[in-house]
Write a protein that binds this ligand. Structure first.
Ligand code: NAD
Length: 325
């Protein structure tokens, strides 16, 4: 099958009403796909799908992926004439701190959603899966993280359940899955954010324009990627990834941004008079990996590089989120 033909097939996006999922839905629609979205709306919103919902090539099921029978009934009805070729599995718990307080959260929302998506894919004979993975699977390592870095000892329940998800995806390749793409995201930012550092800082400043509380000492330093570039990279990897299993780190090429830099930029944009109070300690919360850097050599050698630096992505996302919440 030619890449162009593959790009027009029917796709299922899980977590479709969330931050990244809703942007992915819009992008796949613009590429001419028929798109089916599933989300239980615990974090996502219908408003994120406002454009897609007006389109006849889009259908949406407000469903919990862990209710496999309900999902199968919905998907069977939606695919009578046109089978699903690819699942883009983005549904998960995105609140890492909540998963630290209660490990059930990531077991159910991060791992079992993947397990149940695979179960439904086997029943419906869906051959391809693209998975939203994360830097959190690596745990704490010095130096650049590349796709072969190991051993992998995650320090959050979220990272542990994402790593377990990667494991059952690769095991499914031995059983029924034809191809899989594992995309390990960095920190992703942009409009429609449902969480994350910029979202949190703006929300805090709205509640108290006089002071911004920052978790940790502000020296945490991570790469930030704009959602538009993340999707460029995912679609590129989907088209060009050569293997049955394609695993890629996705990140800005160089650089990372400190939490202190983000705090100062958000205060400047939203409440220039506010003071900033750091709670102290090198980690923002239990399970936070305070510093990491990705090697993007593998992605670059496939032919893709982002245009924005981490700091530029942060500036753009602050402007986009300023009046959005
Ligand atoms: N945003 C980031 O910086 C980042 C970084 C690394 C990985 N990721 C991964 O990317 C994916 C998308 O993240 P996001 O930032 O858009 O988060 P998000 O919370 O905005 O989106 C996740 C969506 O999944 C839905 N969902 C959760 N449990 C569900 C269930 N049981 N059934 C149906 N829907 C369910 C939520 O309602 C939400 O809309 C997630 O898998 C996340 O782990 C995100």
């Amino acid at each position: 099958m030619l890449a162009d033909e593959r790009m027009k097939g029917t796709c299922l996006v899980t977590g479709a009403a969330g931050f990244i999922g809703s942007h992915l839905v819009d992008r796949l629609m613009a590429l001419g796909h028929r798109v089916i979205g599933v989300d239980n709306l615990t974090l996502g919103t219908r408003a994120n799908l406002a454009t897609a919902l007006t389109h006849e090539r889009f259908s949406f099921g407000e469903l919990d992926l862990n209710d496999v029978e309900a999902c199968l009934a919905f998907l069977r009805a939606e695919t009578v004439r046109c089978p699903i070729e690819t699942v883009w599995h983005l549904a998960a718990n995105s609140d890492i701190q909540a998963g630290g307080r209660d490990p059930d959260v990531d077991l159910r929302l991060t791992f079992l959603t993947t397990y149940n998506v695979l179960k439904a894919m086997q029943v419906l004979n869906i051959p391809q899966l693209v998975f939203a993975s994360t830097s959190a699977i690596y745990g704490e390592h010095d130096g650049l993280l590349d796709e072969n870095t190991g051993p992998l000892f995650p320090v959050s329940n979220y990272g542990a359940m994402k790593l377990a998800s990667e494991g059952i995806i690769t095991a499914a390749l031995e059983r029924f899955l034809k191809r899989a793409w594992i995309c390990r995201f960095p920190n992703v930012i942009g409009s429609r954010a449902t969480h994350g550092v910029i979202f949190d800082f703006l929300r805090k400043l709205r509640a108290n324009p006089k002071e911004l509380e920052v978790l940790g000492d502000g020296a945490q330093e991570k790469p930030y990627l704009h959602v538009s570039e993340l999707l460029d990279a995912m679609l590129f990897v989907f088209e060009r990834g050569p293997g049955r299993l394609n695993c890629y780190n996705i990140a800005p090429e160089t650089g990372a941004t400190t939490v202190r830099h983000i705090a100062e930029a958000v205060v400047q944009a939203a409440a220039p008079e506010a003071s900033t109070r750091y709670t102290g300690g090198s980690r923002g919360w239990v399970g936070d990996v305070a510093k990491f850097r990705y090697s993007t050599k593998k992605l670059k050698s496939l032919g893709w590089s982002p245009k924005l630096t981490s700091n530029q992505a942060v500036e753009l996302a602050i402007r986009e989120n300023l009046h959005a919440q």
